[in-house]
Design a protein around this ligand. Structure first.
Ligand SMILES: O=C[C@H](O)COP(=O)(O)O
Length: 243
């Protein structure tokens, strides 16, 4: 399994809620299968038994998709985030997505103890920091994640009822985010209630992947994954060139 993202276009990260949806995502040829429980929040976590089953399934799959999982929605607390990330990594998940609800003021100072706690784990497992576009994220913090050994950084939205990524940050700010992450050699993703129609604006910014859940479901992000919608997003992305 190569786990490499496609050159020339953003990869597709698809969040899946159970093992059946994981099969659908693998069959559709997604680039990253993202284990997430949408019913539990923006970064809802799978339970440990299900995580381990998904890891076993992923290891047996020859198609080369990568595997990520979210650790749950938590406060910016070093011990809590560390425990959640360790629990996910211990299940064998190779790409662990950790949400950072950063306050607008003194973001870097508040982040430092959390990153100090996570840095040892970052040496063993690929960690991806999730910043929230609807929480006025301080993009100047991006180099701090690289400094702590993180593998990647992405934007998502915390409040799924408050509009998508582009409702919170203009394309220019997203371009600066992608450039800042790339300058640190971080894997870079964009997500947040993305729709098929957002792809033409976002793909040229050159993120490594675009993340989807709600747009892949028939009646909202907590409903079942719709294979036809997934195939539609997959096809739209395969026709886009990244910068
Ligand atoms: O990481 C990607 C997210 O699961 C996106 O979810 P969403 O499209 O429902 O905001």
């Amino acid at each position: 399994m190569s786990h490499s993202l496609p050159p020339g276009r953003p990869g597709l990260l698809a969040s899946v809620a159970d093992l059946d949806e994981m099969e659908t995502a693998l069959a559709a040829g997604v680039d990253i299968v993202d284990l997430k429980n949408p019913a539990e929040g923006a970064l809802g976590a799978w339970d440990e038994t299900a995580l381990r089953a998904a890891v076993a399934r992923w290891r047996a799959d020859p198609r080369g998709a990568d595997l990520s999982a979210t650790v749950g929605d938590h406060a910016l607390d070093a011990a809590v985030l560390h425990a959640a990330a360790v629990r996910t990594a211990a299940a064998g998940v190779p790409l662990v997505k950790i949400g950072f609800p950063l306050p607008a003021s003194r973001a870097a100072a508040r982040l430092t103890p959390v990153l100090d706690a996570l840095a040892p784990l970052a040496r063993e497992t690929r960690l991806v920091a999730v910043l929230f576009a609807d929480q006025a994220p301080d993009l100047a913090t991006v180099p701090l994640f690289a400094g702590a050994g993180f593998h990647g950084v992405m934007l998502d939205t915390a409040d799924k009822a408050a509009g998508g990524l582009l409702a919170h940050l203009p394309v220019e700010a997203l371009a600066r985010f992608v450039a800042a992450a790339r300058a640190q050699r971080l894997l870079t993703g964009l997500a947040g209630s993305l729709k098929l129609a957002d792809i033409p604006a976002l793909a040229p910014l050159g993120p490594d992947y675009l993340g989807f859940r709600g747009a892949l479901c028939a009646t909202g992000r907590t409903s079942a994954l719709d294979p036809a919608r997934l195939t539609g997003v997959r096809a739209a992305l395969s026709h886009r060139a990244a910068a």
